[in-house]
Design a protein around this ligand. Structure first.
Ligand code: B12
Length: 339
């Protein structure tokens, strides 16, 4: 009975476009993982993400999130790039090249919940995508989807780490999957390549140093990180690009990848954006979270790092028009001149 229902849930998940689905029991995650999380917080690795300190017991116990919860349906969606996707001369993290995944996956999960309610009228549950109160990667491991790599990300066999997670915490009595095995073996490619040495080696991250924290969400990039940022203007995938599990994986969900046929954003275009252009161009995209000023700062830094002599004039104009960028512009111009 429970096995039948579980199978139907997994079929439905596939029908709704989720690449893979697993079931974790809605019981508290083994205390070892919560202790590791709290130790990580105590060591200050969460930087200024104050929300991470809120109610760790809730984060590791689905029943504190949904009363009467019995199962967690954990869903993964791939956003792996297609070799034919357009590429520009700047780097935007892959998860942010298409539509905002929070919106796409939430909508999909809500539609799936509606179907579950049709199938089982007593269904009650809540869907989460990148939501603070849920330890998403821990639940994914418990649902048998994959393991945590040294890059800190869930790696799904055959799909790699370019996957995004969604959970439905619900009252259905589903059959749990066995937690997955798998490991990175001796590979340390992600640790060696991280431009700011942010990976701690045990699958955890020193967020204070992580470029993907530093250059999104409206934070300004401190000067010490400018050389390491390269041409990354939003997010960072360095630790995923080198992962052997991300080679030869099938292209991910078309809604989450950059739109085929659309010209990729070029640095010269970005540096010419007004705030109005920014608002128009980033509608529905996670890049909007950077905010205009922070994104322009990253673009200026990228021009310096790429030694773009052709953009000197544009940089000078920006430095004059926007005093907040003057320091970065001076730095980029000096770098272009070879300092
Ligand atoms: C805060 C956050 C960030 C922060 C900190 C990231 C971090 N590694 O801690 C910043 C802003 C830096 C960030 C960056 C990115 N993020 Co983010 N982020 C989150 C968020 C909201 C919380 C993560 C968290 O709790 N970190 C604190 C640490 C201590 O917890 P943890 O990483 O879960 O580690 C625990 C597990 O690994 C567990 N564990 C390890 N082994 C095992 C084994 C078993 C059996 C069990 C039970 C548990 C377990 O132990 C650890 C301690 O509890 C999650 C969504 C969520 N609610 O979980 C998304 C999430 C992790 N992010 C995601 C993504 C896509 C990214 C980026 C790739 C985006 C980008 N390109 O810029 C980068 C990747 C950076 C990196 N290498 O980790 C995805 C990752 C999907 C995946 N494949 O894993 C998530 C899951 C969002 C989603 N819904 O898909 N992110």
């Amino acid at each position: 009975m429970a096995a039948d229902l579980t199978l139907r849930v997994k079929h439905l998940a596939a029908e709704f476009g989720f690449a893979t689905a697993g079931i974790a029991p809605a019981t508290a995650v083994d205390g070892t993982w919560r202790q590791r999380f709290e130790q990580w917080l105590a060591e200050g690795h969460a930087a200024a993400m104050d929300y991470m300190h809120r109610d760790p017991a809730r984060r590791f116990d689905p029943q504190r999130v949904v009363d009467e919860a019995r199962s967690v349906i954990v869903l993964a969606t791939s956003y792996a790039p297609d070799p034919n996707d357009p590429v520009g001369d700047i780097d935007i993290a892959r998860y942010a090249r298409g539509r905002d995944y929070h919106k796409v996956l939430k909508k999909r999960a809500h539609a799936l919940c509606d179907r579950l309610r049709d199938m089982a009228p007593d269904f009650a549950g809540r869907a989460f995508v990148d939501s603070a109160p849920v330890a998403e990667k821990s639940l994914a491991v418990l649902a048998g989807l994959g393991w945590i790599g040294r890059n800190g990300l869930l790696i799904v066999a055959g799909l790699g780490s370019y996957v995004l997670l969604t959970e439905i915490v619900c009252n259905l009595p589903l059959t749990p999957d066995a937690p997955s095995g798998g490991s990175c073996g001796p590979c340390r490619a992600c640790i060696d390549v991280c431009p700011t040495a942010a990976l701690l080696g045990d699958g955890l991250l020193n967020v204070r140093r992580c470029l993907s924290y530093r250059n999104k969400g409206g934070r300004s990039l401190p000067r010490e990180y400018w050389p390491a940022a390269g041409v990354r203007v939003f997010g960072c995938d360095a630790c995923q690009e080198v992962c052997p599990h991300n080679i030869d994986v099938p292209p991910g969900d078309p809604q989450l990848r950059s739109s085929p046929g659309r010209r990729a954003l070029q640095l010269a275009d970005l540096l010419a954006w007004s705030e109005k252009d920014f608002n128009a161009a980033t509608r529905g995209s996670p890049v909007r979270r950077a905010g205009y000023d922070a994104l322009m700062l990253h673009a200026v830094v990228a021009a310096g790092n790429a030694r773009r002599t052709d953009l000197r004039g544009r940089l000078e104009a920006l430095g004059r028009d926007r005093p907040a960028l003057a320091e970065a512009v001076a730095w980029a111009l000096a770098r272009i001149e070879g300092d």
